[in-house]
Ligand binder design. Structure first.
Ligand code: BGC
Length: 792
């Protein structure tokens, strides 16, 4: 630290400001004369995306890397050790590629099944998300690679994600949206935390002292780096004052100049800038030092681990006795996913897989005797009668049909939320038609829950989520019984989308997102509202069965600061070895809402028993109301899922207090007045429509005639210059551009679109057409001359 302070004392104001943003899209800023190196970071979270072109944040070709299953998949393993191992494998590959920090894990709460990025997140439950996130961080960092926990905080939808304001009451914030971060920060100690794009209660996450300085650093004791999400900086000097150390990527000189101006004019305390620089330098020197550590990386081992992770995360949701397949079963393998696997989600986490398998090859290797028919096209949703007829003929000649179905890539991606929970019509139709001919075993792929009106037509259902590059052989292992499925759902599958508690308050407003359901998220809601669900949180079957018995506790009551240890005896009562995920929930006696407070995965041979125990702290028996307070007497429940709780004890809490009364709504229509009463001041934001600022989006421009013309010109540009065959077609690219404010288009463009050009556009849409055109073209000429892509 002394050495760092000595360096800081020699830096000029400009050098300090320079250090507070990247060199380009992925590297930190070096200053050779002071011995400050540059370090490289890349996405994450389920593999490395090291772009060949490091100057741009746009999605470019990347170096092949192991593509592990996505977080929505590995969450179903409920296995901290597995996540630790996966983290270590990621870290080892990072070392091999010279990467100092992996941008992950992401642990945002799945508030709605529609969030386009749910595949990158673990769960609707903060404890599960936080624990798995912490394990992954520890794994990554065990190799000398840093981990970056993201996206802090309340970033739960993609729609207008850079200008939307999450309005969340304090109890829901602390108990649901921040709890996982608190666990992951305290246990995992990540090198960095990434501040989210959105605003939280009226202020950008990266500019909120209460969030970064007071809570993260103050209350939780975090001493690492805080980095912006890519392009998330709005008012940079406010960010520095709040403790947002590093802006990524480099966005041109604009923000460097802003920081310097603010210090010179006295609106920003130089001590705040120094504090950011100090944290940046300790991060950079730590990473540079780590490069000297030895490491071992085997791509073969990582591929095998990716397969194990996929196999141990698959969730058996239904089995009428068809699985595992009997040896010699003649299989009709149906669905284009068998050729073109769906194994990861789209967006910044998209890996160039080093060794991608498909089901056709993997099933052959595992001795599954099959005949393949495509059944449907992944390009569209239309039923193709010829493909269905071919599939029917194929099924007719076999014993069982294995259909691989689910969400095609165009259905879910970063930046764009889903609008429904269906699988494409051509797939649903295929399932129904084939089930009339032969028993159907369905292998479901996708990063998020779907509605299943066809469920009764299938004889067995395995949810494989997004299995990564080796997901296909994991499927084969489950089908043949080489692996006994042991995954359990990390999120509730509602019967229908409208049952989700955020249904009426998810994307009704571009800017203000009211989290009206408060703490009633996921199973907390479905259980409290007594709603039937398709599959409950924590649910998953096995090829064997387990018995729960003999619950014990070491204490019948809890005092402040105390603990209670509970345990139960779990026995494998079936004929084959298997693993069971044992779950422990706490529920205040006066409330219908229970919360997960412990989980363990236990492996048992047939007939074997093991005692599984959970030590609960007073925090597990607390709720948030101006501080953590103990609840009154509580039930501690142990079981196989949130709706299959088999054992329970009561713990008396003499010092407990009554819970605050925010009622559950059976139909999801929460009352505005009651919701607003949870706030001292309603934290809504009003976006100034006119004159447009650097925070305006193309969609905002539509409110004036000249703005519509600019919007049209951009659409034409996209049509002309974006490859429609690329993974992001015109429509998607345009939608992303339309929802991003001008400032983000600048920072993400790698110098293609500069602040000067953005200012020109703003003058045009604000009515100064001639001056605006002049400003735009002079900035454009300047850019062509300078070709600034980075500070290099
Ligand atoms: C995403 C981050 C990601 C970053 C860099 C952003 O758009 O939200 O999760 O790490 O880009 O690719």
């Amino acid at each position: 630290m002394e050495q760092i302070d000595a360096i800081i004392s020699q830096l000029t104001l400009e050098q300090k400001a320079d250090l507070c943003s990247g060199l380009d899209a992925w590297n930190t800023f070096p200053i050779k004369e002071h011995g400050i190196p540059s370090v490289l970071m890349t996405d994450g979270p389920h593999g490395l995306r090291k772009q060949y072109d490091e100057s741009t944040a746009m999605l470019e070709q990347s170096v092949p890397a192991t593509c592990f299953p996505a977080a929505s998949t590995t969450a179903c393993s409920w296995d901290r050790d597995l996540l630790h191992e996966m983290g270590a494998a990621l870290g080892s590959e990072a070392r091999k590629q010279g990467i100092s920090m992996v941008l992950g894990p992401g642990i945002n709460i799945k508030r709605s099944p529609l969030c386009g990025r749910n595949f990158e997140y673990f769960s609707e439950d903060p404890m599960l998300a936080g624990e798995l996130g912490a394990a992954m961080i520890q794994g990554i960092q065990s190799t000398g690679t840093g981990a970056c926990l993201k996206h802090f905080a309340a970033n739960n939808r993609e729609y207008f994600r850079m200008v939307s304001n999450s309005i969340v009451d304090q109890r829901a914030l602390r108990e649901i949206y921040l709890d996982g971060f608190e666990r992951a920060v305290k246990k995992g100690k990540p090198y960095a935390v990434m501040s989210a794009y959105n605003m939280l209660n009226g202020s950008y996450c990266g500019e909120t002292p209460a969030l970064i300085r007071d809570l993260l650093r103050g209350e939780w004791g975090y001493d690492g780096l805080v980095v912006s999400d890519w392009g998330a900086c709005y008012n940079r000097e406010k960010g520095i004052a709040a403790g947002l150390d590093l802006e990524m990527p480099y966005s041109g000189e604009e923000n460097t100049n802003r920081i310097m101006r603010a210090v010179k004019s006295g609106t920003l305390d130089e001590a705040d800038l120094d504090a950011c620089v100090r944290r940046i330098l300790s991060f950079v020197f730590r990473c540079a030092e780590n490069k000297k550590l030895p490491y071992q990386c085997s791509m073969e081992k990582n591929h095998a681990l990716a397969r194990r992770a996929a196999a141990e995360s698959a969730v058996l949701l239904k089995n009428d006795g068809f699985l595992p397949l009997k040896p010699g079963t003649k299989v009709a393998l149906l669905g284009q996913f068998a050729e073109k696997p769906r194994y990861q989600g789209a967006g910044s986490s998209m890996i160039h897989p080093a060794n991608l398998e498909n089901a056709m090859d993997a099933f052959r290797r595992h001795g599954i005797c099959y005949t393949y028919a495509q059944g449907f096209s992944l390009e569209n949703d239309t039923v193709d009668e010829a493909l269905v007829a071919e599939a029917e003929r194929t099924a007719g000649g076999c014993d069982v049909a294995v259909i691989i179905a689910g969400l095609p890539p165009r259905y879910e991606m970063e930046g764009i939320d889903r609008t429904h929970m269906h699988i494409p019509q051509n797939q649903a139709e295929l399932i129904e038609r084939i089930s009339k001919i032969k028993p159907v075993v369905l292998l479901l792929c996708g990063g998020a829950p779907v509605e299943m009106p066809w469920l009764s037509s299938v004889s067995a259902l395995v949810n494989c989520y997004l299995g990564g590059e080796a997901g296909a052989s994991a499927m084969a292992q489950i089908l043949t019984g080489e692996v006994n499925p042991s995954g359990k759902l990390a999120e509730t599958y509602p019967l229908r989308l409208a049952d989700n508690p955020s249904y009426h308050f998810f994307s009704d407003d571009r800017h203000n997102v009211e989290y009206r359901e408060s703490i009633y998220v996921g199973y907390r809601y479905y259980d409290a509202a007594e709603k039937d669900v398709l599959f409950p949180f924590g649910f998953g079957l096995s090829y064997t069965s387990f018995e729960y018995a003999d619950m014990r506790t070491d204490a019948g009551s809890l005092a402040p600061g105390g603990t209670v240890t509970v345990s139960a005896l779990i026995r494998n009562t079936g004929g084959i070895a298997g693993a069971e995920i044992v779950q422990c929930y706490v529920r205040a006696e006066e409330s219908p809402v229970k919360k997960l407070c412990g989980f363990e995965k236990v492996f048992l041979q047939p007939g074997e028993s093991k005692r599984v125990s959970f030590t609960l702290t007073d925090r597990d028996f607390s709720f948030f109301s101006d501080g953590w307070r103990l609840m009154q007497d509580a039930h501690v429940l142990i079981g196989a899922s949130s709706r299959d709780l088999r054992l329970g004890v009561i713990v008396e809490i003499p010092a407990g207090e009554p819970l605050p009364g925010y009622p559950v709504s059976a139909d999801g229509h929460w009352d505005a007045v009651q919701f607003y009463s949870l706030f001292e001041k309603i934290p809504h934001i009003t976006f100034r429509i006119h004159p447009f600022t650097i925070n305006a989006t193309l969609k905002d421009f539509d409110s004036v005639a000249i703005g519509r013309t600019v919007h049209r010109l951009v659409s034409r540009f996209v049509e002309k210059h974006i490859d429609p065959g690329g993974y992001m077609g015109h429509e998607i690219m345009l939608q992303l551009l339309e929802e991003n404010p001008m400032r983000v288009l600048v920072s993400m463009s790698g110098g293609f679109f500069t602040y000067g050009m953005a200012r020109g556009v703003l003058m045009i849409v604000n009515g100064q057409i001639f001056m605006g055109l002049l400003a735009f073209f002079s900035a454009y000429r300047k850019r062509r001359k300078q070709k600034i892509k980075s500070k290099k």
